[in-house]
Design a protein around this ligand. Sequence first.
Ligand SMILES: *Cc1c(COP(=O)(O)O)cnc(C)c1O
Length: 365
Amino acid sequence: MKIMPNRLDRGFYMFQKEFEDKALEVLRSGWYVLGNEVKSFEEEWAAYTGAGYCVGLASGLDALWMAFRILGIGTGDEVIVQGNTYIASVMGITMNGATPVFVEPDEYYNIDTSRIEEKITERTKAILVVHLYGQASKMDDVVALAKRYNLRLVEDCAQSHGACWQGKMTGTFGDIGCFSFYPSKNLGAFGDGGAIVTNDAKIAEDFRIYRNYGSEKRYYNKVVGANSRLDEIQAGLLRVRLKHLDELAAEKVRIAERYTAELHNPLFELPRVREGASHIWHQYVIRSEKRDAIIDYLNKKDIGTIIHYPIPPHLSEAYQYLGYREGAFPITEKYAKSVLSIPMYNGMTDEEQSIVIRALNKFEG
Ligand SMILES: *Cc1c(COP(=O)(O)O)cnc(C)c1O
């Protein structure tokens, strides 16, 4: 049996009828951009996260770059971010001309909060926290630092829908929480989508202006904005998935807990959950010096895996201009060489998981 790292079709068939009915409903409505589905989704996502406002956007990257634009962060400013993130986090900063200042991650793959303070300069304007792989970061430390140094706080929640730090949802700790609804995310659309949440009415209003060519009133443009609207079909389909998000999240937790209970092989390390954090398991990430051999071995058994992410942003070609060389961030680079996401998705059968577990436990190097 072939096992793929992800199976988006399973997530569709689970609620096929509801998705199909909603898609037809929107198609037949005659209203396709910025209508009632988007408005209702925004209300429901704000309520789910416990934020005051939500604004639907076209992608997670748009949420990120617009966040820094709206906070007035640009050329000459520095933004602190963990080194081992998906490159879109960094692009959200650099698209505004601001400079990313990288911090090494801790053993939970999130920003090592004990290393933030040494990176703060008079140019530092914000901290961007990424709740990587679905685990909430240690937010009390970050919030305290942002307060002490008067920094803006933005959260990249593209992988952490519904994950909490000490019972409070990611995305609600700072100025702006940025979400992606790319199909593989825990709350996934059937195409691109994104949103922000905030408790600040003015920030929410600014996003509504920015996403629509910078106009509040039709054909009256206040700022040079973008076309970044969540569309009605995606918003409608997201509303269907959101109704089931808690059960979908619980299923992923069950799968992750089974991996943690049954995988036992000294040749790799299992992911851990920090006390006080919840983990929604966007990915189940193991770590091994023999990572590449594990990939080959699993491939031969028809088991697919993915590396999140093989090249850290500071070493990617796109960011050569920042001037970093190999060795600049040893922990970030070690993780890039050793992490591996094993198959994990909603609708994964016990049998499929047993095959993965058996194979990994038998790996001998
Ligand atoms: C997916 C992702 C993004 C970008 O979201 P898109 O909707 O694909 O633009 C940003 N940051 C992280 C951590 C992500 O995983």
